[in-house]
Design a protein around this ligand. Structure first.
Ligand code: GLA
Length: 780
């Protein structure tokens, strides 16, 4: 709810258990008043009943004032949200003013506000697919204008009260006749209470993404960022912030934020000498340039942010639920069933698709594509099984084995197209290679579908190998500067998505594949960072590249409603709330070693839900680390998100395949809890050397308990871990993979004592248990 007090010119944004307040001051400036948790039933809790006395920050601290948007010029001593240059002098020019141009000074004063329910930020999805919850949300739009220059800035606040989340973005408009140069632009600046200086974020590298780091902000600035055209491995655009020592996993006030953007980004954390904390999030300022032509507008993407009083876990659960309900697209087969709000034309398309799709006919009945269901299907990916050694025969054999153990989606990875026999050639030539598939892809896809699985295909659309027909025909189509070398990485260059013809070429190439073959899923990969970012778009390439990627995906999804997509960038290099609005799952890392993966998953879970977190069960001797892990550990880790299999099934014996099948059957029984439940990190690697997590259905009726011991000292006993989120008085049965009841206990007992059996678990010990409220009692 948005409350406006006209007497004091104060806006209160009231969410489920938090509140955000802003006030227009006597000079028309928009000031931040407060942001924090709020008692759920305290109706009268509002800020700004009175106009506060202007704060009198002393001496050199010019910019202590908490402007909702901080502009360069004015009294700038600190980081700003917006910097712009004007090419024209004010008219009339005040007496005594020299005609310095350009004028690098923006002042913004309040004009008006409106509350709307259909606002969309920049780079919003255009595919038209609904989300699980498509109910309209209120957006407060506050319009400010420069009194003497032709620039307006509208600050937007879209509210998702249930998750205490506000999406903030900025809309700029040039109302004059000359272009305005925008030199720095964050989506928003957040003001946090002073002392909110303990930062949790993730750092990483290829094969080591999402490594949790916690630190105390210095007085001064700390940035996390990535400077390429994708989100990046080295950092990820989200954070958690709290007062040091005042928050932990399930307690304390925690502020959180994430950028819904997959391009070059920065999150800047600034602690002033007063210990006030500001967070600036958005377009990376280095090499940023945006020319706002006369009459033009620019909308930024959103800076998603919130606050809660339930610790880091509470923050994560809010981001997870928000992503599941408001960001992830719902693929078509779900539309009728789960989303009454779906646009009618999509429902019609959905019906005609399921009526008309011959390839989905099975013995006269229409098969619902597994990929287009509420929960992610069990995936088989052939990369680690066959690498570039693919043949029609070995893929068919893998598919047959995969179907027999319960896999629902078979994905053919790299190497199927053009001259791509290894990673040195072929990218850009998106036609099936007759050397590998002399009969085309039809026989493989037909067999995959006959076996009851969907078919998926790997692509890396933004790239080209110099050894490709595409590059030979269009060497000018890559990012480069004239007269400078083109630095290759993994033998490839990045296509210039600043060129419309390049984006059109890639769209057409993918469109042809999807039109020709029954492809239900694509793994969209991206395997290098940028170098020599020269483009026909100039500095605008940083946004143009993202717009190209988003645009292609949106158009494909609007046309192929059953299509689902995995975002991969050499592992977890493109995971963010922007790409998740147009994909269904992500590949967090190329590192499939179970124990390394647990650490990656822990950092990933800080911001992103298990539903999108793919993991494969791979070989006993891991291909990346060379370490050996038991099959149980590999499954217990991979079952923590969207389960996939990556091991070479052709090399496994009957007994082992049976064990695989039994785990997959177990996962199918618990998938709705893992992918749809609330996540609690009961033990974190950081403190316990083990990771114990719990997924709890919102009504508390079913729970999944998953423990993985990472490092364990001989002779040391582990403690039992109390559970959370259960119904205290309900009786629960604790079931193992074979549906054997291991324990019957009351919710309260489990929440005080935990579950016995993992106390002396050594390194690599793992267990997944299904905890169910007893049926009899449920029906009472
Ligand atoms: C990247 C991906 C892998 C695999 C290879 C194929 O590294 O992350 O999963 O698809 O490319 O070349």
């Amino acid at each position: 709810m948005i409350h406006f007090n006209a007497d004091t010119q104060t806006f209160n944004l009231i969410l489920h258990s938090s509140i955000y307040a802003i006030q227009v001051d006597a000079k028309g400036r928009l000031l931040h008043l407060a942001w924090g948790p709020r008692p759920v039933d305290a109706d009268g809790v509002l800020f700004g009943k009175l106009r506060p006395a202007p704060s009198n920050h002393a001496s050199f601290e010019f910019q202590a004032r908490r402007d909702e948007i901080i502009t360069f010029g004015d009294t700038t001593n600190h980081e700003v949200t917006l910097k712009a240059s004007f090419a024209t002098l004010p008219d009339p020019l005040p007496t005594g003013d020299a005609p310095h141009l350009p004028i690098r000074d923006v002042r913004l004063r309040y004009v008006s506000y409106e509350i709307v329910t259909d606002a969309q930020p920049g780079f919003a999805q255009t595919h038209g697919l609904p989300t699980v919850n498509s109910q309209p949300r209120e957006t407060l739009r506050i319009k400010l204008a420069d009194p003497v220059q032709p620039l307006t800035a509208t600050l937007c606040y879209r509210l998702t009260p249930a998750q205490d989340i506000i999406e903030r973005w900025l809309e700029l408009e040039n109302t004059g006749d000359e272009p305005i140069e925008i030199e720095q632009l964050f989506f928003a600046t957040l003001h946090l209470p002073n002392g909110t200086a303990e930062l949790t974020s993730v750092s990483g590298a290829w094969a080591q993404e999402f490594q949790t780091q916690r630190e105390q902000l210095p007085i001064g600035r700390r940035v996390i960022e990535h400077r390429s055209v994708q989100t990046g491995h080295a950092a990820n655009p989200f954070f958690l912030l709290n007062r040091p020592g005042q928050a932990w996993e399930e307690h304390g006030t925690v502020y959180f934020g994430a950028l819904a953007y997959s391009g070059r980004w920065q999150l800047g954390f600034e602690q002033l000498p007063s210990t006030d904390v500001r967070v600036h999030g958005g377009y990376h300022p280095a090499d940023f340039g945006l020319t706002l032509a006369a009459g033009a507008q620019h909308k930024t993407p959103t800076f998603v942010c919130g606050v809660c009083a339930e610790g880091w876990g509470g923050a994560s659960r809010r981001l997870h639920a928000f992503t599941r309900e408001r960001i992830l697209p719902v693929a078509v087969a779900d539309i009728g069933a789960s989303c009454a709000a779906a646009p009618t034309e999509l429902q019609e398309k959905a019906t005609s698709l399921s009526e008309g799709a011959d390839s989905m006919q099975e013995g006269g009945t229409v098969r619902r594509p597994a990929t287009a269901s509420e929960f992610r299907p069990i995936l088989y990916n052939s990369w680690e099984a066959t690498y570039f050694g693919i043949t029609e025969q070995n893929q068919i054999e893998l598919a047959q084995k995969a179907a027999a153990i319960g896999v629902e989606l078979f994905c053919l990875d790299d190497g199927w197209f053009g001259g791509r026999r290894f990673d040195v050639a072929g990218l850009g030539d998106w036609t099936v290679s007759p050397d590998v598939f002399p009969n085309g892809l039809e026989p493989l896809i037909a067999e995959v579908n006959r076996l009851g699985m969907d078919f998926g295909l790997w692509v890396e659309p933004e790239m080209v190998n110099p050894d490709s027909d595409l590059y030979r025909a269009h060497p000018e189509w890559v990012l480069h500067f004239p007269g400078r070398p083109r630095t290759e990485a993994r033998c490839q260059l990045i296509l210039d998505f600043g060129r419309e013809e390049v984006v059109a070429y890639i769209f057409n190439a993918l469109d042809s594949l999807l039109a020709q073959y029954n492809i239900a899923f694509i793994k969209w990969d991206m395997n290098r960072n940028v170098s020599e970012p020269g483009s026909v778009a100039g500095k605008a390439i940083w946004q143009a590249h993202v717009a190209g990627v988003y645009g292609i995906i949106d158009r494909l999804r609007a046309k192929y409603l059953h299509l689902t997509i995995e975002s991969c960038a050499g592992g977890g290099g493109r995971v963010d709330l922007g790409i998740l609005g147009r994909t269904d799952q992500v590949w967090p890392s190329d590192n499939t070693d179970a124990l390394d993966r647990v650490r990656i998953q822990e950092g990933f879970s800080l911001a992103y839900p298990a539903r999108v977190m793919t993991a494969w069960v791979t070989h006993e001797k891991n291909h990346q680390t060379g370490r050996f892990h038991e099959l149980s550990t590999r499954f217990d880790v991979a079952m923590r998100g969207a389960l996939g299999i990556g091991a070479s099934l052709n090399g496994l014996g009957e007994a082992e395949l049976k064990t695989y099948a039994s785990y997959i059957a177990f996962y199918k029984r618990i998938r709705h809890i893992v992918q749809g439940g609330d996540l609690y990190r009961l033990e974190r690697l950081e403190e316990a050397g083990a990771s114990t997590i719990l997924y709890v259905l919102p009504d508390g009726s079913e729970v999944v308990y998953s423990v993985v011991v990472h490092s364990h000292k001989l002779g040391q006993f582990r403690r039992m871990v109390p559970l959370r989120g259960l119904i205290p008085s309900a009786t629960y049965e604790v079931l193992d993979r074979f549906e054997k009841v291991r324990l019957t206990a009351v919710g309260y007992e489990l929440m005080v004592q935990g579950i016995p059996g993992d106390e002396d678990g050594r390194s690599g010990h793992s267990r997944t248990l299904h905890i169910k409220q007893k049926k009899l009692e449920k029906s009472r």
